[in-house]
Every structure is written in C-alpha cells, then in structure tokens.
Design a protein around this ligand. Sequence first.
Ligand code: FE
Ligand code: ZN
Length: 502
Amino acid sequence: MSKLAELSRLLESKVIVSADITEDDINGADIFQLAALVGDYFSNSQGIKLLDKQLLSKIISELNEEKMPKEIEIAQGAGFEPLAKEMRIKYSYVNSRIEPVGSSASDFVAHFNDRFQKLKKIITSTRTLAATDIANISQYMTGREVSVIGMVYDKKTTKNGHVLVTLEDPTGSINVLFAKPDAQLHTQFQAEASALYRSATKIARDDVIAVRGKLSKGLLIASFFTWPDVPIHARKQSEDDFAIALISDVHVGHKLFLDKQFSKMLQWLNGTIDYKKDLAKKVKFAVFCGDIADGIGVYPGQEKELIIKDIYAQYAMFFELLKAIPDYIEVFVLPGNHDAVRRAEPQPELDRELAKYNTGNIHLVTNPAMLNLEDIKLLAYHGTSLDSIIANVPGNAYAKPEDAMVELLKRRHLSPIFGENPIVPSRDDELVISDVPDILLMGHIHKNGAIDYHGTLVVNSGTWQARTAFQVKQGHMPTPAILPVYEAKQRTLNLLDFNSIT
Ligand code: FE
Ligand code: ZN
C-alpha cells in the first residue's frame, strides 16, 4: 500500500485527503503520528473535513518540531584544563561476532557443544582434575571416587531436602546428589558439608560444573564441585592517570528520563560545575552500557509513557546530547533490550545512521563487547540475563545487582540459563567469558552496585531514568543519576551523585 493510501485508511474516511496531495508531500513523515495529529486537528470540527496541502504542511512541520531534540550548548568551564585532553591513551575494542539468527535444532546442539568445550577447558586449565567421560562411569564399582565435568540438565530438591542434579556430557548423563548436612556430623565436617550444600542450592540449569564424589549404585554422591570461576588475580593498574565514566540505561524518549540530571553530568564533564573537578579533568573514556533509548513497543502500553514516540527522534535526541561530551573523550555505546536492534544476544551495534552527526569519538559497539583501554580489559554487557539469575539462583535480588553479576562471572558466561533471555545459537558461543576482565560492567537493573570479585571489579552503572510505575509495582528501588567513575591508576571507583547538584 502506498503511504498516501495508508494515511487515508488510517483516517477512516472521516477526513478527505485533497487530490493534489502527492506521495512526496508525506514522504519522511511517520504515517501513524501524522494520522493522529490530523485526527486531533479535526476532532472538534463539524462539516466537511478536508486535509489540503497547506494544512498538511503545517501539520508535518509540527510533527518535525516535536522530533527535534532540544539544543544544548555547553561551554567548557573557564580555566578548566583537562589533563585527559593531552593524554594519548591507546584503546581498542573487540565486538562480538554477529551471526544471523538460526534456530534449527542442529544450531543449538553445536552452540551448546561449543559452550561446554570452552567452559570445560577453563575448568581444567586452572585445576588438576582427572575428569572421566560420563559414559565410562558405569564400569566403575560402588565406592570408587571419580570426577566428571558436565552441563546441568535438571536440578531438583528431594523430599528429604537433598539437591539432585542431572549432569550431561557429550557421552551420557548421571545423577549427582548433594546431601543435606546431617545434624549428627562432627562440627568441622558439618561446616564443610553445609558450605558444599549451600553452594549446590545455587546451581542452575545449563551450568557447566566439575564434580568429585563417590559412586553409590549409579549415583554420584558429591564431596566437591566448582563452576569454571575466575582465578584470584591482581587487577591491572594503569600507568596513566585517566578515568572512565560508566553510564547506562539512559532511556531517552521516556517521560521519566532525567534530562536535568543528565545535563548536569554533561556539564560536569565540561568542567562547568564546582564538584570533583580534578576527577572530571581525568575522564578519557565514557561507556554507555545499553538501553540508550526507551524504544517503542518494548512492552504493552509503553507508548503512554513515552514523551518522544518516534524511535529515530529518540536516538536523534540521544546523539544530540552526546555532542556535549568533549571530543577528547572516547565514547562507547552498546545496545540493550530497549534498543533498536535484534533482541537476541549477542546484539549488533546500533545503526551508524543514527549517530551520523557525531564526530569520530563515538564508537558504536556490540552487546557484549570487550574494550581494551590502555591495558585495562573492560567487558561491557547490558545485563539482560540478570533477570533470570535473580529469578533462578537463590540468594539474589534486584537490590544487589553486583551479586547476580558475580554469579555470571563464576559461570564464565553472560547468559547461562537458556530460554529466558533470547540468544543466537551461533556455532561459536560468544557469550562465554573467555578472558578474565579487569572490569565487568553492566546495567539493566537500574541500581548501582559494585564489588571486587577475585580481583575483577564488578560494576552496575545504574540509570538516568526515575522510578517507573512498573518498578513501584515490583517494589524495586532504582538509584537514578549516580555516576560511577573509575580511576585507572588508583584503581578506585567513585560514585558521583547528580541528584542534588545545583
Ligand atoms: Fe533499562
Ligand atoms: Zn535493560
């Protein structure tokens, strides 16, 4: 259908479209918005409703005006001499490989096989562990101690409270029992057994784990297990004194996007605010960790919460805001579940067209992406899978996103539980955390949180959106407008609160 015919259809012949209006006249306009505005215009009028050329151009210019992002002019602060401007810091990034979405059974088999082999390698590379193929276990006698590495097919709690896990490897499957500690045990053994049992309750479907235990009638009674995990390491310290601003979940286009606080943050980067100026001078990198725009049609009824109902206008506004970031700061932007790219992960970069007016310091990257900032490895992932970790791994909550992030780090996988958060079954599982990052950055939860885990700094960068009706309903308390800034030389994380700065 032509756009013109579509417009007439949307107007339900209540409005007559003048015959001299051509396809060119409405080209470039959002047809649904146009119909809504035309409908509005005639809503109180009686008699013949004629949409003529003059009226159409008036309505279209209104439409375009609404699309226009607000101009923001931020001058650099007087006497602000940013050290970062003179710094030459080498940087690079590694995008995830983006394969087309296949969904045949063989794609998934290949995908999970690749994941299993990679995680198995991580487990065995740091431990002495003589793992046996599961198919070979049947030849062993009861009482014999064996080790296996497998993927969790199923996990349940028996009526006596034991944790029973079905573990698979490419050769077969076996049931593993994590016994509930016996109250009769000697205290020392009691503590050990309790620790093992407690961690076993956190095992989730599709986890790859190594288990050691004794065979008993075809069942493996576990005495030890481990996720692939990250070894304890020293976080890289950089020689240059620069800082990284960690930002996420801006949600431009939503009514509750905190534009005032966000502008304050941009002003801070420019040295026009009397607040931690020495830190502002050092900012050399900024990472936007997804949910840039609020998007459209992300959930039912979302349009009622939008202030900008056009997806292009949302991004135009975002990239317009980004122009206020000084050009010596390298900016990385990755998509999240609200953004205008495919939902299945890894997600491709945002369309270059959206950022066409920006200069060369804006880098559109995939979700996830590995950023190398001098010698610091920063793994950035939006964090959509944190929902399934919080729902499925006991002890996790929206109030502590950093704990759920540690669960991902232990599993060495960014979206381990299959089925809740769509993934692309690529033959090479790009969501495996192959390299141990110095910084693991996520967003999505809209709650700041940070913890050092085995030397990796785990950071959730919060949000620039106020508490939504949905979050009120869920009882979730977000922490808007708090900016984490990492100092690479000192290895310290600062939290800057832009809620009260005037
Ligand atoms: Fe978000
Ligand atoms: Zn999100």
